[in-house]
Design a protein around this ligand. Structure first.
Ligand SMILES: C[S@@+](CC[C@H](N)C(=O)[O-])C[C@H]1O[C@@H](n2cnc3c(N)ncnc32)[C@H](O)[C@@H]1O
Ligand code: SF4
Length: 388
């Protein structure tokens, strides 16, 4: 099982971001948050520690690197006490360059955290300011070097392209700078203008013009080509890694394997049931304070006291979830795997749909699998919408 732990705090809200995170939370409330997280770990560990072993942990956010590393230390202690953690587990933490120090990096390594994810986004300071980032390119490069000096051997860099005003030349410069640093993993996301963000309201007011679709796609296409030429395997729509460094945790999402999400708003998928936690910080903390969480155990019918929603997947739900998540991998869906899981052939179920998109050049069908073509990666949502 994979474990995701959400840390919903940031130094400043970026102009494009709709992730569940808060700025300026008083110490008292963040303390209470961590207290509740430990309770949630305790709640699940009783039921799960004898059934599952944890082979990936992902501490994400928000900005986990913003908080004092003593909190991460308590968290990792609780995880190791509560769950059976594999000795070769991949343990990742998300960081934002401005919030990282050498002391924190050393502490992470001491805690067994062996994968660092850095939100660089761009190597152009003007674009970084436009995105509302708190860091500069110099901060990012210094942090990256520090992480290597401290001994991190598995580093991911997050990048965003398709930013209004970004030219193809500026994107190429960022990619080349980052590839020059030789990180093991690079994520490259096309900017999404999400409701509720500063960028979204700028779009509504007409002070932001969306990047032209053709330019966005040529940035994507350039990234795939350059990354492949530079020794990275493009293994998921927005992710590339050196051989053997694919993110094992995220691969669980894209292979429809079990994962448990802990913390505010975290999602879980366990044995065909999806559930997600409350999204109000106050409510989450109150559950920890007031709820006799130990007395209410999760059975098939009940719901975790920290959750507000759950859904037991039907077989049809599982098939649809599988198609939508597994197709994101560039290797696509193996016919054998589909048949082993669902007892029926994919072609038998969706032969007509597959042929329609094969004729349109969006997917390729080989003897053993179906996968997106480059055109299909660009238009993935059109194909995936068939299965929602
Ligand atoms: C939780 S954040 C990463 C960690 C850290 N908070 C940071 O930003 O440095 C995950 C990543 O999602 C990407 N992201 C967030 N909002 C996005 C958006 N609206 N469009 C495209 N990518 C986005 C960014 O690349 C970001 O680094
Ligand atoms: S992109 Fe990262 S740092 Fe910026 S608001 Fe979102 S979670 Fe926080």
């Amino acid at each position: 099982m994979g474990l995701y732990i959400h840390i919903p705090f940031c130094m400043k809200k970026c102009n494009y971001c709709d992730f569940l995170s808060f700025v300026g939370v008083p110490q008292e409330q963040s303390d209470a948050y961590f207290q509740t997280l430990l309770q949630e770990i305790d709640y699940f560990s009783e039921d799960y520690r004898n059934i599952y072993y944890v082979d990936t942990v992902f501490i994400g956010g928000g900005t986990p690197s913003l908080i004092d590393s003593s909190y991460i230390s308590k968290l990792m202690d609780a995880v190791r006490t509560g769950f059976e953690v594999d000795k070769n587990a991949e343990i990742s933490i998300e960081t934002n360059p401005k919030t990282v120090t050498k002391d924190k990096l050393k502490e992470y390594l001491n805690l067994g955290i062996n994968r660092l994810s850095m939100g660089a986004q761009s190597c152009d300071d003007e674009l970084l300011r436009y995105l509302g980032r708190v860091h500069t390119t110099d901060d990012f490069i210094k942090n990256y070097i520090s992480a290597r000096e401290c001994g991190f051997k598995n580093i991911n860099i997050d990048l965003i392209f398709g930013i209004p005003g970004q030219t193809l030349a500026v994107w190429k410069y960022t990619l080349n700078q980052v590839i020059g640093l030789c990180p093991e993993h690079i994520s490259f996301y096309s900017l999404q203008l999400e409701e509720g963000t500063k960028f979204y309201s700028m779009l509504q007011k007409g002070t932001l013009t969306e990047t032209d679709e053709k330019l966005d796609r040529s940035m994507y296409s350039y990234a795939i080509k350059l990354l492949s030429k530079s020794g990275y395997v493009h293994y998921e729509i927005s992710n590339a890694a050196k051989n053997g460094y694919q993110c094992r945790h995220n691969l669980k999402y894209w292979s429809m394997e079990d994962y448990l999400g802990l913390g505010l708003g975290a999602h879980s998928f366990i044995e065909g049931t999806r559930f997600s936690n409350v999204i109000s910080l106050e409510q989450y903390v109150n559950i920890g304070k007031e709820y006799k969480y130990k007395q209410k155990k999760m059975t098939d019918e009940s719901i975790s006291p920290f959750s507000c929603w759950q859904h037991h997947n039907t077989k049809e739900d599982n098939i649809s979830d599988y198609l939508i998540t597994v197709m994101r991998k560039t290797q696509g869906i193996q016919f054998d795997d589909f048949k082993n899981r669902f007892g029926i052939g994919l072609e038998q179920l969706y032969g007509n749909v597959l042929r329609k998109y094969q004729n349109q050049g969006l997917i390729e069908i080989s003897a053993d699998r179906v996968y997106f073509t480059e055109k299909g990666m660009d238009l993935a949502n059109i194909f995936l919408a068939e299965f929602v």
